[in-house]
Design a protein around this ligand. Structure first.
Ligand SMILES: NC(=O)c1ccc[n+]([C@@H]2O[C@H](COP(=O)([O-])OP(=O)(O)OC[C@H]3O[C@@H](n4cnc5c(N)ncnc54)[C@H](OP(=O)(O)O)[C@@H]3O)[C@@H](O)[C@H]2O)c1
Length: 356
């Protein structure tokens, strides 16, 4: 089915609805939405769970105040393209893809674009083909965490680093990734390496081998009382290209490292905007802090640079891996709420995924 050919009866859609802020989810019928210009519709086969999906009502009011209800949430989807809209040339029906579902963005605010439903509308430039060897489950770990890392590293209002390419030059500069074993950090390490930077990262020691496998040159225990000193030593003459602060409590420490290490003083923070702004009031002299909004890249050159230009070949050739490892926590939309509760208890170098 393409937008050029009249469709048969619309497929039956089913969604995990969030009726109101803070209310329990409900599985129920949803309209099937045909793709508009530069959009594709994907039959979801696996969805990834993110911390933002499980925030309580007050969290929604603070972080996503514009969302109208009932809403369909969810940011990570992998599945098959069933229909493409006008202007789409990269995909056709039947293609296996992953995509960042952007239904909760201020500029979209559209239930049809949430991941937690059978048929999801995606923006063409925020989706990538997935190679045959990669399962839907493992592909679904990527989108929101990949987007968040890319926004922090590459947007001009973030660290403004050089974009990843197939054959990056080996650069002298170092990127610091605090929180390297988070999903965001796992992507940040790989993206920075594929842009040619040396990477120094923190995590719990049980995840050091994992970080090195992603390309980190040096690993520091994030719980070490001397972590700041150890990072400054690991960066050495650097110079620093920039730093990412990922995880609760990371920003003050990363600001301290940026103040002491030679080189770039920019720090991008993945904490909620308000938290970042308050903590940044205490930034050491010369250190510049910016907040990350993981969906922002859809509106600038970074989105297509990652999802269209970089990721398809990088995944197919194996220079980029879909990490962290997927842990399947159920099948069907009604398995998602329990999965989100489980996520709230914390994971370590794992991504919770539900198959559909
Ligand atoms: N701004 C945005 O748009 C945006 C988007 C997505 C996520 N985020 C934020 O980014 C952070 C990471 O999200 P995620 O989904 O990637 O997380 P995640 O994969 O669920 O994180 C799990 C990892 O967190 C690490 N961790 C736990 N507490 C930490 C701390 N205080 N500091 C650093 N690492 C810690 C653990 O590492 P070890 O086991 O190695 O200790 C574990 O491997 C969260 O704070 C999330 O809210 C922001």
């Amino acid at each position: 089915m393409t937008s050029e050919t009249p469709p048969g009866p619309a497929p039956e859609n089913l969604a995990l609805w969030l009726p109101k802020r803070g209310r329990p989810f409900e599985v129920g019928p949803a309209p099937y939405t045909r793709p508009g210009a530069n959009e594709v519709v994907v039959r979801a086969r696996a969805v990834g769970l993110n911390l933002v999906d499980g925030i309580p009502g007050v969290g929604y009011r603070l972080i996503l105040p514009w969302v109208t209800f009932p809403a369909v949430i969810g940011g990570d989807v992998a599945g098959e393209v069933v229909e493409v809209g006008p202007g789409v040339v990269r995909f056709r029906a039947g293609d296996r893809v992953l995509g960042h579902a952007l239904g909760l963005e201020r500029s979209t605010n559209r239930a049809a674009m949430g991941a937690f439903q059978r048929y999801v509308v995606l923006m063409d430039h925020m989706a990538s083909p997935i190679p045959d060897f990669l399962s839907f489950e493992q592909a679904a770990v990527l989108p929101l965490q990949l987007s968040t890392a890319a926004t922090g590293l590459f947007q001009r209002d973030g660290l403004g680093l050089a974009l990843p390419t197939a054959k990056p030059p080996e650069r002298r500069e170092t990127v610091l990734v605090w929180g390297g074993s988070t999903g965001v950090g796992s992507n940040a390490i790989q993206l920075a390496r594929n842009a040619g930077y040396r990477v120094v990262a923190t995590a719990s020691p049980r995840n050091f081998d994992y970080l090195r496998g992603l390309g980190a040159a040096a690993t520091i225990d994030r719980n070490s009382p001397a972590a700041v000193d150890e990072l400054v030593a690991a960066i050495g003459e650097g110079p620093l290209a920039g730093s990412l602060a990922i995880g609760a409590g990371s920003l003050p420490k990363v600001m301290a490292v940026a103040a002491r290490a030679p080189g770039g003083k920019r720090v991008s923070s993945a904490a909620p905007g308000l938290v970042t702004r308050i903590l940044a009031l205490r930034a050491p002299r010369g250190v510049a802090v910016s907040g990350i909004w993981g969906g922002a890249l859809k509106d600038n050159e970074v989105g297509p640079a990652i999802y269209a230009d970089f990721l398809p070949t990088a995944l197919a050739t194996g220079v980029y891996r879909a990490e962290p490892q997927a842990e399947i926590v159920g099948d069907g939309l009604d398995a998602i709420p329990a999965g989100l509760q489980r996520l709230r208890k914390g994971v370590s170098a794992r991504k919770l995924v539900v198959t559909l």
